[in-house]
Design a binder for this molecule. Structure first.
Ligand SMILES: [Zn+2]
Length: 910
């Protein structure tokens, strides 16, 4: 699956809420001793094949099904009625019974099961008694005589509603060009919602073959995981029978029914690739189809295994809770992640589509062909797909320098993993709610970051060969983390499990502190990073990692690189007497922060930024900011450091700087605002003046994007009246002629005009939202409605989030955006409190969870107390450690405010 908002959006949201920025100096450690023993019981879990025989599991975990009955094949027939929003189903599941059993236990929820009958090869059909357990989402079928070991066929009939919660089998609606509303039906089964569409063994290691038939209105179209095997008309209905799937998990099954239209297929080898959209949007499919075919062919060659399906359809669904879903052969997307107009889109909007399409294609092997045994291993799917999406997009458009942008993803992971309430990448999961909470930056971004670190450590070819070995060994089956390490270790001829377990099974990451003694000895010390109480001792301070450390040392005018694996608490290395500077985390791939002693930092700065790669500059400023938030670096030092970046022209490095300024904007009082605005103008102004308003010939896409972002910052955070006037002029020109302004600048114009806008502008942007020509434009104008300052306008936006006027896939994010607006946050918080029940009932679970992330922007002690009281008194559980993390992020921001507020004017004027 892909997150509902883009990674850049995630970053900006984090920033808005002051959650990102915390960069930190590090400590480092190392030693010559390579492998300390880190043993983790979690790697010892039995593998899927073994578990199927192991009925003891169900006594341990009420959410796991007994393993002595295993489904082999589902013959499934579903008849949909879009008008009534219902479906009726019949299925025959072929089962292998391993032990005599009087009862079958499988998953079902919100289904009415009307009959269940079983027959064996030599046993005539008999009816079962049906009992549903809504708490555990199970169906118990009992029979008069026990079923003996062997093959059985279970036939069930059932019916259900096409819900509006964007999960299971659900209804999506859209308006056609004449304004008439139409319905369609789509599925979203990951993590545990296939059981809402048909009774099934809904766990990832119960892999089976699916043979699906959809019975639909003859004017509609149906798409599923495989090619259509036959299509007939029966009793006025269209009956579409699909070919058998490969052996796969239930969460990958998909059905889409509606008035949808495909592109012409593009062939990659034997695989036809088509994009689908509701009528009127097919012309936005070209870019997505290009990256779909480029990445599919990239992965076939990288993995050394042909695409495992018989066709590949990518479908844009108007209502969609996440970003996209990797159903084998029928990948579903929210429209902004698939459909785009190349002429009018910004670089980041194109990059978003490229990333998500490549990500989902990567899953066809990593996730679909080989699947994690259980949800605790979700990172195997998601971290890999995130890592592979970077590789594929980088290969497709090297000029985009995609790995430079990956620094932003890594930073997002650092921001959560620096919390005391973080969790290990692999984490115990029982209930469905806990599985849902696993879809976070630790699974995706931290997972991908540590894979990148490993790939750089053992070498890209060795890494690729290890991945091939793993996929070959477990194709059509399930695997655990340790299986991956075994393959990688075998090919790398290195103890990969010992190296990686600390990164996967321990929470947090190391801060490496570097100091040099007067006798030119470099000392590096590792210590777990924390934003709060960094110096406090405790068990977390005893944590150790095996850290692949790469350093660049300049001495006597010559530069050399050294690599080592640090396993001890600290290490000391002699430097040449004529050493000039030292850079830790050369290349920037390490998942750790660096804290340099002041003289070391000065030497790096004096050597000049032109000596540093983009990611190294990114890490330098990002670590410095985290250190500042953690109280390890004085705020004045950080603000002085930012003055060194006025000649910086990389968009990613600037993202960190702008983030930190936004964080300060959330902290300060009204009286401090002019000082912050002047400070921002001083930092951003020179770059805006240099870049101008229009692209120069030969300019990179990254620079175009940077221009837009800097103009936006200058106009909003800097509150620069000249920029605001120019933005209004240019927006008028853009409305008359859409080609008059570079697409990358347009979002900033909209943002600035919303920031300074009145009710007339609000109505104008609202109308633009309703009549937008592309999904990106629709989203841009929708979110502009959260960026106005007058409270009456923000109240209008808030009211609409629960009115069904705004899609529930977007509404919670809009609320979160207003929580992040300093003029609207208290209003939005009051609104959330008043309307909590309604939101809980209306919004998709995932959206509600993300919305609550906005509380980190409520940065005063009074609001913090109120937030705590609200969530505590209502006993709200967002799954996993989600709420705990949000509250800690709020605590960090409030603590920072309490520490720095008094001196902030002086620091800004320093
Ligand atoms: Zn994914």
């Amino acid at each position: 699956m892909t997150e509902p908002v883009g990674r850049r959006d995630t970053l900006q949201a984090l920033i808005k809420h002051g959650r990102l920025l915390l960069a930190i100096p590090l400590t480092q450690v190392f030693s010559s001793r390579l492998y300390t023993s880190f043993v983790h019981a979690a790697t010892e879990r039995p593998k899927g094949e073994d578990m199927k025989q192991d009925s003891s599991l169900d006594t341990l975990d009420p959410y796991r099904l007994p393993r002595h009955v295993v489904p082999l094949r589902y013959d499934l027939r579903l008849e949909t009625d879009l008008t009534a929003a219902t479906f009726a189903g019949q299925e025959t599941i072929t089962l292998m019974v391993h032990q005599p059993t009087p009862e079958l236990v499988l998953n079902a929820i919100e289904l009415e099961i009307t009959s269940a009958q079983i027959e064996g090869d030599s046993d005539p059909a008999r009816q079962g008694t049906i009992a549903l357990d809504a708490t555990l989402q199970r169906c118990h079928l009992t029979f008069s005589r026990p079923l003996s070991p062997g093959t059985w066929r279970l036939t069930m009939t059932f019916c259900g509603r096409l819900n509006d919660k964007l999960r299971g089998f659900y209804r999506s609606t859209y308006k056609d060009e004449r304004g008439a509303t139409h319905s369609m039906a789509a599925t979203q089964f990951e993590a545990t919602d296939a059981r809402r569409a048909f009774p099934c063994w809904d766990e990832p290691d119960f892999k089976a073959v699916f043979a699906s038939t959809l019975v639909i209105d003859p004017t509609l179209t149906a798409v599923s995981n495989t090619k259509i095997a036959a299509e007939t008309l029966e009793g006025g209905k269209k009956v579409v029978r699909f070919a058998d799937t490969i052996k796969m998990s239930t969460y990958l099954v998909a059905f889409i029914v509606g008035r949808i239209e495909p592109t012409e297929p593009v062939m990659v080898g034997q695989t036809p690739i088509r994009l689908w959209a509701v009528p009127g949007k097919r012309h936005l499919a070209r870019f997505g189809q290009d990256i779909a075919s480029a990445s599919l062919s990239f992965f076939e060659s990288y993995y050394g295994i042909p695409y495992p399906g018989d066709k590949l359809d990518l479908l844009a669904i108007p209502d969609f809770a996440s970003g996209a879903m990797e159903n084998l052969g029928a990948i579903t997307y929210r429209e902004t992640a698939l459909l785009v107009d190349q002429q009018s889109a910004t670089h980041s909007e194109l990059e978003r589509v490229a990333d998500v399409v490549a990500h989902e294609n990567a899953h066809m092997w990593f996730g679909d062909l080989v699947t994690m045994s259980w949800w605790n291993g979700l990172w195997l799917n998601e971290a890999f797909a995130t890592f592979m999406e970077m590789l594929a997009v980088d290969a497709w458009k090297p000029e985009w320098k995609r790995w430079d942008g990956f620094g932003v993803s890594r930073a997002a992971a650092f921001s959560v993993d620096g919390l005391r309430s973080t969790r290990p990448i692999e984490y115990p999961v029982q209930a469905p709610k806990e599985a849902e909470a696993m879809f976070d930056v630790l699974t995706y971004e931290k997972g991908a970051s540590v894979l990148r670190m490993l790939e750089q450590h053992i070498g890209p070819r060795v890494f690729r060969d290890g991945v091939r070995d793993y996929l070959h060994a477990h194709a059509y089956g399930n695997a655990d983390t340790n299986d991956l390490w075994i393959s990688l270790g075998k090919i790398a001829k290195q103890p990969v499990p010992e190296l990686m377990n600390g990164w996967i099974f321990q929470p947090g990451f190391p801060l490496m502190t570097a100091t040099v003694s007067p006798s030119s000895e470099l000392t590096i010390r590792q210590q777990r990073f924390s934003y709060l109480n960094h110096k406090r001792s405790g068990p977390s301070q005893e944590q150790r990692w095996q850290i692949p450390l790469q350093m660049r040392i300049t001495a006597g005018g010559k530069t050399s690189t050294s690599r080592m694996l640090l396993t001890e608490k600290d290490a000391t290395i002699p430097l040449p007497n004529d050493w000039e500077s030292i850079l830790l985390n050369e290349g920037g791939h390490g998942f750790y922060r660096v804290h340099y002693a002041p003289d070391l930092l000065t030497r790096i700065l004096n050597a000049g930024f032109d000596r540093l790669a983009v990611t190294e500059r990114f890490n330098l400023i990002n670590d410095a900011w985290a250190t500042t938030v953690a109280g390890l670096m004085p705020l004045t030092d950080y603000l002085d450091l930012t003055a060194r970046f006025t000649t910086e022209r990389d968009k990613n490095v600037w993202a960190v700087l702008l983030d930190s300024f936004s964080f300060l904007n959330r902290i300060i009082t009204v009286e401090d605002r002019p000082a912050l605005e002047a400070f921002v103008r001083g930092r951003v102004g020179p770059a805006v003046a240099d870049l101008g308003w229009a692209p120069r010939s030969g300019e990179s896409e990254g620079t175009k994007q940077l221009r837009g972002e800097l103009i936006g910052a200058q106009g909003k955070l800097g509150n620069d009246p000249t920029i605001q006037r120019r933005a209004a002029e240019l927006y008028r020109a853009y409305r008359n002629d859409a080609t008059a302004v570079d697409p990358n600048v347009v979002p900033s114009l909209v943002a600035i005009l919303a920031h300074t806008g009145d009710a007339t502008r609000y109505d104008e942007f609202n109308e633009r939202f309703r009549t937008a020509a592309t999904p990106q434009e629709e989203r841009r104008y929708l979110f502009s409605l959260a960026a106005f300052q007058p409270k009456a306008l923000l109240e209008r936006t808030l009211a609409r989030t629960i009115s069904r006027e705004i899609r529930t896939q977007d509404a919670p994010f809009l609320v979160s955006a207003i929580l992040g607006n300093v003029e609207g946050r208290e209003l939005a918080w009051a609104f959330v409190k008043t309307n909590w029940e309604k939101m809980e009932q209306l919004f998709p679970k995932q959206g509600l969870r993300r919305m609550c992330g906005g509380i980190a922007a409520l940065v005063t002690p009074e609001l913090e107390r109120d937030v705590l009281a609200f969530f505590t008194s209502r006993k709200i559980d967002l799954g996993g450690k989600t709420l705990e993390q949000y509250l800690e992020q709020l605590r960090i921001a409030v603590a920072f405010r309490e520490r720095e507020l008094r001196g902030i004017q002086a620091a800004l004027n320093h």
